[in-house]
Design a binder for this molecule. Structure first.
Ligand code: SF4
Length: 327
């Protein structure tokens, strides 16, 4: 059996190597990922982050999993961009509850140079001044917009690849995979860190999951943050009938991300509410070292701060401070 212990961080993983990792017998895979995790990170630390939807619904895109797309009839109510003070109040609440990273999401196809963007810039400045890592997810960005966000103090930009290049068109047709890669390039060029991951449970094959990790692990440097989401099928979206995938698939994705991108923050993201403590413990063992806490994750219900605090205490995990880098 291949051992990944001591493998240096690299950007040259092949699909075959990644498939070999993903398909390792599960107990061995967890052990290997836990070992790599300990070599590169403090395994007792988990970063607690909060994600707030600052502009909700009415999005012109057609992401098949997303209840915020205007073309699907879901329970999500459209809400214009929040006021800066209101957002800063929410950021302060998140900080007081133990979050060290605050992410603001707007349901836009792309950023436009208008008053709403100016407001987002003020939000970024305000959250940055609180000493939290500030992240935004606003859709596609031009190089100039990326620079403006960086100058305002944005620490990270989230733009998920979602899935493999091959499966992407089954999920989104209103923009291309290359559009997404371009935005990631602009973010990197402006000097910000990248948050990019994907979703499992959308009907993708194992090859597609391997393809997603391949695209992420090839990036030089790796994304600093890799969210792994479990699809939450929402009534009214094209994926509403998707059956949930076994926890072992989630564990395999987390472990494969951990081994191939050893220093990244691997974020156990959407879909946690339906997972037992035992299942979440397996994810931490496999190398997840971040969670989103707070009663909502964009528009979906999520475990609240108190529940998460109890969980971390039970597992003997502590909260990672902001701006801490890997070992
Ligand atoms: S771009 Fe974002 S908000 Fe718009 S449909 Fe896709 S995931 Fe939803």
């Amino acid at each position: 059996m291949t051992s990944y212990q001591g493998t240096p961080s690299k950007n040259t993983w092949t699909r075959e190597e990644i498939a070999g990792i993903y398909n390792t017998p599960i107990l061995e895979l967890i052990y290997q990922a836990a070992t790599v995790h300990r070599q590169h990170n403090d395994p007792s630390e988990v970063q607690v982050c909060t994600l707030l939807s600052v502009k909700t619904g009415g999005c012109p895109e057609d992401c098949a999993y997303c209840p915020q797309a205007a073309r699907y009839h879901t329970e999500v109510k459209v809400h214009k961009l929040m006021e800066v003070d209101e957002v800063l109040g929410k950021a302060q609440e998140a900080k007081d509850s133990g979050s060290t990273r605050f992410c603001m999401g707007a349901a836009w196809r792309e950023v436009r140079d208008n008053r709403d963007f100016d407001k987002v810039i003020d939000m970024v400045k305000g959250v940055n001044a609180m000493g939290m890592e500030v992240c935004c997810t606003l859709g596609m960005l031009s190089p100039e917009q990326a620079q403006k966000l960086k100058d305002a103090g944005l620490y990270a930009y989230n733009h998920n690849l979602d899935t493999s290049k091959e499966f992407y068109n089954d999920i989104i047709t209103t923009r291309t995979y290359d559009d997404r890669l371009d935005t990631l390039k602009h973010v990197r060029k402006a000097g910000m860190t990248i948050c990019s991951g994907g979703i499992i449970g959308m009907g993708e094959s194992i090859e597609d999951r391997i393809g997603l990790i391949y695209m992420l692990a090839q990036r030089k440097p790796h994304p600093e943050s890799v969210p792994i989401n479990l699809l939450i099928p929402v009534q009214g979206t094209p994926l509403q009938e998707r059956q949930s995938v076994p926890i072992w698939d989630m564990v395999r994705m987390i472990a494969t991300a951990r081994i191939t991108m050893p220093k990244a923050m691997v974020r156990l993201s959407a879909g946690r509410l339906e997972r037992s403590l035992e299942e979440q413990a397996l994810c931490f063992l496999a190398g997840a070292n971040s969670i989103f806490s707070g009663e909502k994750l964009l528009t979906r219900p999520n475990p609240d701060f108190d529940e998460d605090e109890k969980m971390l205490k039970l597992f003997g995990l502590t909260q990672r401070p902001a701006f801490a880098s890997a070992l």
